[in-house]
Design a protein around this ligand. Structure first.
Ligand SMILES: [Zn+2]
Length: 383
């Protein structure tokens, strides 16, 4: 078995993805009930192949579920949506479970499930997800709660790790709109092998996660070349990824980014499906460390040269009657999450920036009094 076999498998998955895609999510802002129903359906007629267990409740008493598949000796834990509005990987997890179910008699699936014991916790923050908000019902960012454990969701994640002692982990998120370094290319996938300390020291645990990242990048380069970034690798002592590595689980952070014309992130969901499954296969057949870590180490970091909307080719009319040619940069995001309403972030020459949506203002004028930086800007009223 070599690295080429992993790449061949990835292309097969990419080609056949539609056959495994779960059809229950019409939008990425689906409810916890939709997920519970989907998991119930997947497990119901699987003859025990997918084992579903309730591990506890969220602050607002919603069930948190753990799904087990496979019976190997290497334990892997995958968790998603600790930020309630970051649902892309949750959908991909359902696709992966559906894939295992439909292909359980096939050779590669057999190899994966013979070698690995897989545990999935999709949607760790169902209370946030119910409102499609980042934080938990307590108003806490649970990815800054790995040490203080003030939230039941964080306590459950930590206790599951202690119970299962996974060798490998996948920490699955959606990232803010970013570019590839300082280019105008929008980042579709961001990856991170979280740091163990401020000095970014390596040990065996972290090196293994760098191999996972390198495998993931190499696979993704076939489908989205030049659209993959490295996430900020500063040590965050309160975050789960960093602590999972410290606790001994080699953890890969996968951040679903953005693509033009993919507002519901269907294509990025597919990339998650392919990337996660191929990494699992590479671990199962023990070739994951055949991918040079340079593939990950040399990735450009996320850059900040993108806006949700850029309106180009307009004029600002000043009170003294003069006019200025400008572009407008508008953002729907605060920190790492999307939030309405849109805000005006920049006015001026934005030709070095890219918009997820680019609007041609066709030389139209707008009065200066309508434009306040960092304030709500209902741009659709004007353009
Ligand atoms: Zn997140």
């Amino acid at each position: 078995m070599n690295a080429q076999a992993i790449l061949d498998y990835s292309r097969k998955l990419f080609k056949e993805y539609d056959g495994y895609r779960v059809g229950t999510f019409s939008r990425r802002s689906f409810t916890p009930e939709t997920l519970q129903n989907t998991l119930g359906e997947l497990a119901e007629d699987s003859s025990g192949f997918l084992h579903l267990r309730t591990i506890g409740k969220s602050f607002e008493e919603r069930n948190l579920r753990l799904i087990k598949v496979g019976g190997g000796t290497i334990s892997v834990l995958l968790w998603s949506q600790m930020h309630g509005d970051e649902s892309t990987a949750t959908m991909a997890i359902c696709d992966i479970l559906n894939y295992f179910k439909k292909t359980k008699s096939e050779k590669i699936t057999g190899e994966i499930l013979l070698s690995l014991e897989l545990y999935f916790v999709p949607m760790l923050n169902p209370d946030g997800a119910a409102l499609f908000l980042r934080r938990t019902a307590q108003g806490i960012d649970m990815n800054r709660d790995a040490l203080s454990l003030a939230t039941p969701e964080a306590r459950l994640l930590k206790s599951i790790r202690e119970e299962l002692q996974p060798v490998f982990g996948f920490n699955l998120h959606d990232q803010e709109l970013s570019t590839v370094g300082s280019t105008k290319e929008i980042a579709a996938i961001g990856l991170l092998s979280p740091s163990l300390d401020h000095e970014k020291t390596n040990n065996d645990v972290r090196t293994r996660s760098k191999y996972m990242a390198s495998e993931f990048v190499t696979v993704m380069n076939q489908f989205i070349p030049g659209k993959i970034t490295k996430y900020d690798d500063s040590f965050e002592p309160r975050a789960f990824g960093d602590n999972m590595q410290l606790w001994g689980t080699s953890t890969l952070l996968v951040e679903s980014g953005h693509l033009l014309n993919d507002p519901e992130k269907n294509f990025i969901r597919k990339l998650n499906f392919v990337g996660i499954l191929t990494t699992l296969y590479a671990i199962a057949v023990n070739v994951y460390d055949k991918f040079e870590t340079a593939a990950y180490e040399t990735l450009p970091f996320n850059g900040k040269r993108a806006y949700d909307v850029i309106i180009r080719n307009i004029f600002v009319e000043h009170p003294n009657g003069k006019r200025s040619p400008v572009d407008l940069g508008i953002s729907y995001q605060v920190d790492t999450h999307s939030e309405l309403p849109p805000k005006l972030i920049d006015i001026g020459d934005l030709h070095t920036f890219v918009g997820l949506r680019e609007i041609d203002g066709k030389g139209k004028s707008i009065s200066q009094s309508s434009l306040s930086l960092n304030r709500v800007f209902e741009w659709e009223r004007y353009f």
